[in-house]
Design a protein around this ligand. Sequence first.
Ligand code: KG4
Ligand code: ZN
Length: 370
Amino acid sequence: MKILAIESSCDETSAAVVEKNGDGIVVLSNITATSLEIHAKTGGIIPENAARMQVRYILPVIIEALCTSENRRQKSKDKSWDRARTILKQDIDAIAVTYGPGLIGSLLVGVETVKTLAYVFDKPIIPVNHLLAHIYGNFIRVNSKELNPKPSTLDTTKPFPFIGLIVSGGHTDLLLFSKHGKYEWLGGTRDDAAGEAFDKVGRILGLPYPAGPEIERRANLVVQTNIKFKSPIISEDNFDFSFSGLKTEALRYIEKSGVTSGGGPLIPLLNEVCYATQKAIIDVLVKKTLKAAEKYNCSTILVGGGVSANQTLIDQLKLNAKHSNLNPEIISPEKIYCTDNGAMIGAYALLNYSEANWSEIKANPELYFA
Ligand code: KG4
Ligand code: ZN
């Protein structure tokens, strides 16, 4: 079965063609356009701007994904709508789309485009929860050097029960998955998400949006520091998080010391603030995730969402897992499948195949966990 999968919940417009091959998910194409540059100029996402760019990108991205899926080794030369339409008609069995959560304007572009294509080409639609799809980025078989599928360490039938840690720009959640489609929400953030905390502290420091990758880069340059920020509610006996206090703590420190990104001799100090910010976020994520694995006796943890691209987070999870009694395996997606992408939407749809009537599918910006 081949699925065309569309992601348009925020500032990325992405389309992928994926198929199930044995016990793995194979990506035949994954094309992403981003409006990040525009948001970098405004220091964050203005929803109207994001939606406008979704409208601009959605059809070219779909056409390129369909045409590239035909021949993965070389980008398709024929990128015409005519070719894409033929592939859609002949090769694609269903269309998956993110219907929430996200920005309403951005979501609507993907959802309404897919409804139109599904109606015109008589294809079933699979609506997908963006947050669950982040975890399913882990089921994609990848070999970044060649485009041939190779056995993934993660068999689609084997990891259950597992703990899922979702860390994105808008959400931070811990879930217990007992099988595909069956999960229990254990806890989540009470205020800012982990990615949001990176971005807000970055804004205070004058770093470009999104600040997560830049904070990680600067933190990696630090050998030693005395700066320490609190990891809120780290000692509470629950699976909740709270990151909104971090920006206040960082702000107070910055006001006191005069650190900014244009800070000349203060740049080492700026890097130390980045280190302290990253450490405060990671410490609590690591502690509560491993605690969840211990409590529910899970020997596998899957991490997903933009912040899972943070190598220090993954390394710290692995290191601390090794020292725990249970020693769970930590799995995170290939970097390109950490941030928003169409392939993870397709992976979720293939492993949780459930068609919905096109007339009933509505974009739901507040979608959470049912
Ligand atoms: O999942 P995602 O692409 O979009 C949402 O669904 O929100 O996540 C974007 C978030 C941003 O907040 C960004 O700063 C963060 O992921 N991020 C990172 C890194 N790469 C992206 N945070 C920390 N370290 C990174 N390397
Ligand atoms: Zn996301």
